[in-house]
Design a binder for this molecule. Structure first.
Ligand SMILES: Cc1ncc(COP(=O)(O)O)c(C=O)c1O
Length: 297
């Protein structure tokens, strides 16, 4: 398996090839197509991998310790070999960013259960980075983010609270969003509990209170979600975990989503309905960006 950029089906004669990006793979810096992973790696074969996607502001990864904590705790709980030390991964991130001249970027760190057989097992680990602009949701960038409720019922199962590379169920929801030309698809259980977005956590404002589905529902404990809750406390905004029904989405005054790359995204529309308010999400978004700017120094 190689890690070059997908061509996206473009006519090779019509477009100049994209420059290969730099990746750090198991301790080595490589360029695009040179980056390979064994077909016997359990991450490649069976989706036995964990990853973190985080945003880099002015060259500094934001909330690094939180992302590392989630990665290391999941790896331990799921019986992965010990991933590379956070200090080594941090150095790898710095090397990739520096080589590709990136400062405002999105970094992805992936670790897999490695190649089976023999002890100790070898972990697969790689680090990659992309310029930020290519990753921002189009609607959010234009100031009018939109989402749909996925038509496919979703159950997070016991792995939902880990950020695993087994993404097919989430990607099917993302595909629904792409077809509907919206930024995100919200996941709802068969019995009508709203959970999270395919790549984001969900907040609604009902009767002036900020509510977000409980982690106990098996959703991903988002790093941006945790910061948003902390910021609410600091701003004196009443916020708490609460079970949300599909109907709550339909009558919410405001809906906003959180994600480490997209930050806090107030929705302009949900399932085509214009939401009456965006002020709470906008206020939190401002506060989130101020926090990121402070951390970037
Ligand atoms: C299913 C799911 N929920 C929530 C999130 C948001 O997590 P974070 O705030 O850590 O980016 C993600 C991020 O990709 C996700 O995949």
């Amino acid at each position: 398996m190689s890690a070059g950029r997908p061509s996206g089906g473009r006519d090779p004669a019509a477009a100049a090839p994209l420059p290969p990006r730099t990746l750090w793979v198991n301790g080595r810096l490589c360029r695009g197509e040179e980056a390979t992973l064994s077909l016997f790696d359990r991450g490649a074969r069976d989706g036995e991998g964990l990853f973190e996607t985080l945003r880099v502001y002015g060259g500094r990864p934001f909330l690094w310790e939180h992302h590392m904590e989630r990665l290391v705790l999941s790896a331990a709980e799921l019986g992965f070999p010990v991933p590379p030390a956070p200090s080594l991964l941090r150095e790898a991130v710095a090397q990739v960013l520096e080589t590709d001249g990136l400062s405002d970027a999105v970094v992805r760190i992936t670790v897999t259960r490695g190649v089976p057989g023999g002890r100790p097992t070898r972990t697969g680990a790689w680090v990659e980075a992309e310029p930020l602009a290519s990753r921002l949701w189009a609607g959010a960038a234009a100031g009018a983010a939109s989402a749909i409720v996925s038509k496919r019922p979703f159950e997070p199962g016991p792995l939902g609270r880990h950020k695993t590379t087994s993404r097919l169920a989430y990607h099917l929801a993302r595909e629904e969003a792409r077809v509907a030309r919206v930024d995100e698809a919200l996941l709802v259980t068969r019995d009508g509990h709203a959970l999270e977005g395919a790549v984001s956590n969900l907040f609604v404002v009902v009767g002036g209170a900020v509510l977000t589905p409980p982690l106990a529902r098996g959703i991903l404990p988002g790093i941006a979600r945790a910061l948003a809750l902390e910021l609410c406390a600091g701003l004196g905004i009443a916020a708490r975990e609460a079970d949300l029904a599909r109907a709550d989405l339909l009558c919410a005054e405001e809906v906003f989503l959180t994600n480490s790359v997209q930050e806090v995204v107030p929705l302009a529309t949900l399932d085509g309905r214009a939401l009456p308010e965006r002020s709470c999400g906008a206020r939190l978004g401002e506060s989130y960006r101020a926090e990121a700017a402070r951390a970037a120094g």
